[in-house]
Design a protein around this ligand. Structure first.
Ligand code: BG6
Length: 490
């Protein structure tokens, strides 16, 4: 089954940091896929920039290498690669100096195509680049795309947003949270709002609690420099996990118009019960992995990987969040994420309340609560666990089994990367899947007391062995409430 592809309008896309990690691993492969599927019109241009002096040919070569390394063999087509590379050109620009800006302006002059600047650079360059774009007159009608992290705290996020806002109105700012571009994350909206089944049950009367897990098996790889200044709370919770929480908890928006959805997400963030010093202590757990084992064999601990024995940066965090509104009062949302956990899995588990009264006798076995598992990655799918009679003789014995929908089995199509969707949405001018300024700031407001407490205390993160599910305190966090993490479906 081949989905119908509608071409976007012609555009000029300028990628700052065009030879960096994100561009090579994600942006170039995503653009190649969209081009290969016929979504990018013939006139569209992709312009790479960075401080390095490169010829067009050298930039094309690095893009070709990126495609060979990061696009599956089955999708590498020589003619399509050649057509894609022909769109590419390169201009050397010094983000913090004067060199190259006029060359870039000349390069783009005379075009009335949609103009997009993608800042695939370190966050310290967002402000200088926006200022330069303003100075040379390139900001006037352009859209700007920025990646997380936007700031390191509420104040610094405000400062970055103010600086971007001086040159680009909010309607032309696209803050990427790549989780929002994942097919299965968008599917959350389909599941909730294209089915009448769940909405009547989607509240505190029927839902006991929700778990959101984003587990990774990898360590910090080559990113220790960045990661050590961020930690799991800033890297994953402030953005990806809170965005997932918003999509689960928000009220149905009147439409999928960007602000309709973003207004509802914002209300959830604003309804998060503020954490106090006391609740940070009881509702949060931070961990740091020590040497252990991953699927591929023994792995060093975080401090060894970093080469700094004193770092207190967390590589694991578990939190209990409460949403103070009518729909969710009394329904905890347990959030956890970490590096070097036993498996790579991102999933949302919605646990329904127990039945009010059992008509079965003891021999039927335990009646377990219904559970909806939305598996975001890998093995994308949705499972709804129901109690069913065990088949055969022997009386009424009950068992919980899943209604199981696997994306791979149901749709025989490639699962596009989040960036494919998101870059095309920027060109289409659709901001629904991008974070608005107030959302980013509301998310910082909620995590700030945790950062503050961790910064002020002498306590260090609890250690956990690489390849396990984090510190035991994360188990206690739920056990105190009489609950357990669902590591294995069932
Ligand atoms: C990024 C984080 O935003 O998301 C990384 O900075 C993390 O630390 C990554 O590994 C996870 O993304 P994905 O798409 O692999 O789940």
């Amino acid at each position: 089954m081949v989905a119908q592809v509608i071409a976007v309008e012609p555009f000029d896309l300028v990628v700052f940091g065009a030879t960096g990690d994100l561009a090579i691993r994600k942006l170039i492969p995503a653009l190649y896929h969209r081009d290969a599927d016929g979504q990018i019109p013939a006139e569209a241009r992709i312009v790479g920039t960075s401080r390095r002096h490169l010829s067009d040919a050298a930039f094309r070569q690095s893009a070709q290498d990126a495609i060979v390394a990061h696009v599956s063999k089955a999708d590498q087509d020589d003619a399509k690669i050649a057509k894609f590379l022909a769109r590419l050109s390169y201009v050397a620009v010094n983000a913090t100096g004067d060199e190259g800006w006029h060359d870039l302006a000349d390069h783009l002059r005379g075009s009335d195509r949609i103009l997009v600047f993608y800042l695939s650079t370190g966050p310290d360059l967002f402000v200088p680049i926006c200022e330069k774009l303003g100075e040379v007159g390139l900001a006037d009608r352009a859209r700007v795309v920025v990646e997380k992290p936007i700031g390191k705290s509420l104040d610094s996020a405000r400062a970055v947003n103010d600086a971007i806002g001086r040159h680009f109105p909010e309607s032309r700012v696209y803050r990427i949270d790549h989780y929002l571009g994942k097919e299965t994350v968008q599917n959350l909206m389909a599941l909730r709002f294209a089915n009448s089944l769940f909405e009547p049950l989607w509240n505190a009367a029927h839902i006991d609690h929700v778990q959101i897990t984003v587990a990774e098996t990898l360590g910090v790889e080559g990113r220790a420099g960045y990661y050590d200044t961020a930690g799991a709370l800033r890297d994953m919770v402030q953005n990806h996990i809170l965005q997932l929480l918003c999509l689960v908890a928000m009220e149905p928006p009147p439409s999928l118009a960007a602000d309709a959805v973003r207004d509802e997400k914002l209300k959830v963030l604003q309804a998060l019960k503020p954490l106090t010093t006391e609740t940070v202590r009881t509702h949060s757990v931070r961990g740091q992995y020590r040497a252990g084992a991953s699927a591929t064999g023994p792995v060093p601990g975080y401090l060894e990987e970093l080469g700094n024995p004193d770092s207190t940066t967390e590589t694991f965090v578990a939190l209990r969040a409460d949403i103070a509104n009518w729909r969710w009062a009394g329904v905890p949302f347990y959030l956890r994420t970490g590096k070097r956990l036993p498996t790579r899995v991102s999933e949302i588990v919605v646990n329904f309340r127990p039945i009010p009264h059992s008509v079965f006798d003891k021999s039927a076995g335990m009646i377990r609560s219904n559970r909806l598992v939305i598996r975001l990655q890998p093995d994308e799918g949705v499972k709804l666990y129901l109690m069913i009679k065990d088949p055969g003789p022997g009386g009424m014995r009950l068992r919980r089994v899943p209604l199981d929908m696997s994306f791979a089995e149901t749709f025989a199509v490639r699962n596009p990367d989040a960036y494919e969707r998101l870059i095309m949405d920027v060109v289409r001018g659709n901001q629904t899947l991008f974070m608005r300024r107030d959302e980013v700031e509301a998310a910082w407001t909620w995590v700030e007391p945790v950062l503050q407490y961790w910064g002020d205390t002498d306590e260090v993160p609890r250690s956990y062995t690489a390849g396990t599910w984090g510190p035991t305190a994360a188990v206690t966090l739920l056990a105190r409430d009489g609950r357990t993490w669902q590591e294995e479906a069932g």
